[in-house]
Design a protein around this ligand. Structure first.
Ligand code: SF4
Length: 171
C-alpha cells in the first residue's frame, strides 16, 4: 500500500506511545492527558535540559510535530533516561529519520541512554521504513476508533499517569 504521508503523519510522542501502550495513545489523543504532572515527564525534561549541553542543535521542532533532541551533520540523537522502553524508543527515532528523509534530509540515529551512559546506533533501512509506515497506518486506524483498547496489565502500568484511570475502580 502506498502511503499518503500528509494523511498519516503524527507527533513523535504518539509513535512512542503506540509502542508502549495503545490504550495510552488513544486516551492521550482524545485529550485525556495526565502526563504533564507525571514524575517521569518532569524527570525527562530535566534530563533533556542537562544532557549534551555542548550539542549545537538541540530541541529542534519540525512542523509542530516532531521534536529532535539533537541533530548534527550525521546523526539525530534521541536522549532517554533509561533503556526500559527500548523498542518504543527505537521506533520513535526511526520515525524521525523517516520524517527527515521525506524532507530530503538523510541521517543516521543514536539512542543516548543517560543513566546507563549507553549509545545505540539506529539506521533507517528499507525494512525499517516499512515498519514505520505500517505503524502509521495502524495508528491512524486506532485513533479513528470510537472506543479505547481495553486496559492490559503491563509491568510498567503502575508508573503510568493513567494507572488510576485504567485500574482503580470507583467504589
Ligand atoms: S496504565 Fe497500563 S493499560 Fe493503562 S494506559 Fe497506562 S500503560 Fe496502558
Amino acid at each position: 500500500m502506498s502511503i499518503d504521508f500528509e494523511d498519516v503523519k503524527v507527533s513523535g510522542l504518539k509513535v512512542d506511545y503506540f509502542f508502549i501502550c495503545k490504550r495510552k495513545l488513544w486516551l492521550f489523543d482524545k485529550g485525556i492527558s495526565m502526563e504533564a504532572n507525571s514524575d517521569r515527564v518532569i524527570q525527562g525534561t530535566i534530563v533533556h535540559e542537562e544532557s549534551y549541553k555542548k550539542a549545537k542543535t538541540k530541541e529542534l521542532l519540525l512542523d509542530n510535530l516532531i521534536r529532535l533532541d539533537i541533530i548534527d551533520n550525521n546523526y539525530v540523537k534521541e536522549v532517554k533516561i533509561t533503556s526500559r522502553m527500548k523498542n518504543a524508543d527505537k521506533m520513535q527515532l526511526l520515525y524521525y529519520l523517516y520524517y527527515l528523509k521525506r524532507l530530503g534530509i538523510e541521517r543516521k540515529g543514536t539512542l543516548n541512554y543517560v543513566k546507563e551512559k549507553a549509545v545505540e546506533e539506529v539506521e533507517l533501512t528499507k525494512e525499517n521504513e516499512k515498519l514505520v509506515e505500517d505503524a502509521l497506518f495502524e495508528i491512524k486506524a486506532l485513533l479513528n476508533s470510537k472506543y479505547p483498547p481495553k486496559a492490559e496489565k503491563y509491568s510498567y502500568c503502575n508508573k503510568c499517569s493513567y494507572y488510576e484511570y485504567c485500574f482503580v475502580k470507583e467504589e
